[in-house]
Design a protein around this ligand. Structure first.
Ligand SMILES: CC(C)(COP(=O)(O)OP(=O)(O)OC[C@H]1O[C@@H](n2cnc3c(N)ncnc32)[C@H](O)[C@@H]1OP(=O)(O)O)[C@@H](O)C(=O)NCCC(=O)NCCS
Length: 263
């Protein structure tokens, strides 16, 4: 028997439609097209797992097929990459094991000589078509272990910025003001975070949306930064408050050893 074209879909047909829209949603969150999904997953599956300097060398040769690389970048094994065509790596970038870059779709840019240490997550998280969603990191920076950067409102980091382990930058807030609606249905706001040049952010500090950390500033370990930080100042605590200005006159006590180099 032939079904009329405007007949009500059966439960099975509804289930099939839902499954295919879930599949489309999943793929849409992995890559910019089904073809790019196949290409990127193929390259990552073939070369992403290979350990040692051999793997780093092969990835330096092959990964320019899937993302923009301005020069040689050292990419360790098990770096998870999504929306690779929206990622740009500068010269001598180092991505440590298990780093996660999700660039959907507005992009991640990492400047020359910048290191991203293991388990750091850089997630643009733009599932709502936000106009400024991106993560841009300048040159000579260190993004430390287990940092989480959520770039919905945009995160712009200058040059010579060092973060310590477990730092979080979350450029997004949920709207919560309507009592009658679930918070998850009320939308988000996303203004963006700016970290200017030559900033040091201590372990486990959290930088909230809308904040600018001025150049040469220091954020103490464990601080929750809710307001702009003036250049050349130190802020600490929850919420972060000014504890010191960096005058530039003070010298360390003689005899205190200073070691030059990374974090
Ligand atoms: C911010 C920091 C550098 C300040 O060091 P400092 O210049 O020697 O400053 P001081 O120890 O003189 O502290 C100044 C004031 O801030 C307070 N303070 C310092 N660090 C603080 C912190 N993390 N949380 C709350 N208050 C803090 C001090 O108690 C002091 O307050 P007081 O004047 O009322 O006594 C240091 O405390 C810090 O947090 N370092 C981060 C360490 C880290 O994450 N290392 C990992 C590197 S990869």
């Amino acid at each position: 028997m032939e079904l009329a074209s405007n007949s009500i879909p059966t439960a099975q047909e509804q289930e099939n439609t839902q499954s295919s829209s879930r599949l489309r949603l999943y793929l849409g969150r992995q890559a910019s097209s089904p073809w790019r999904y196949c290409l990127e997953q193929f390259v990552l599956a073939l070369f992403g797992w290979i350990p040692t300097i051999v793997g780093i060398g092969l990835r330096a040769l092959v990964y320019p097929l899937i993302m923009k690389m301005d020069g040689v970048a050292a990419i360790e094994n098990h770096v998870r990459i999504r929306y690779a065509d929206h990622i740009r790596l500068g010269k001598n970038v180092y991505l440590d094991e298990s780093v996660y870059l999700h660039a959907m779709p507005a992009g991640i840019e990492i400047g020359d000589n910048t290191y991203v240490m293991h388990h750091a997550e850089l997630h643009v998280f733009n599932f709502r078509e936000l106009p400024n969603a991106h993560i841009k990191i300048g040159a000579n920076c260190l993004i430390s272990e287990f940092n989480v950067l959520r770039g919905q409102g945009g995160i712009t980091i200058g040059n010579n910025v060092y973060t310590s382990p477990f730092v979080q930058m979350v450029a997004v807030n949920h709207v919560y003001t309507d009592r009658e609606q679930p918070i998850i249905a009320q939308g988000i706001t996303a203004q963006g975070i700016t970290i200017q040049d030559n900033v040091w952010i201590g372990s486990s500090a959290i930088i909230l949306d809308g904040v600018t950390v001025g150049k040469g500033a220091v954020v103490a370990a464990g601080a929750v930064v809710t307001k702009d930080v003036a250049p050349h100042t130190i802020v600490a605590g929850v919420p972060a408050k000014l504890v010191k200005e960096i005058s530039g006159e003070e010298r360390l006590p003689p005899g205190l050893p200073i070691y030059m180099g990374g974090g």
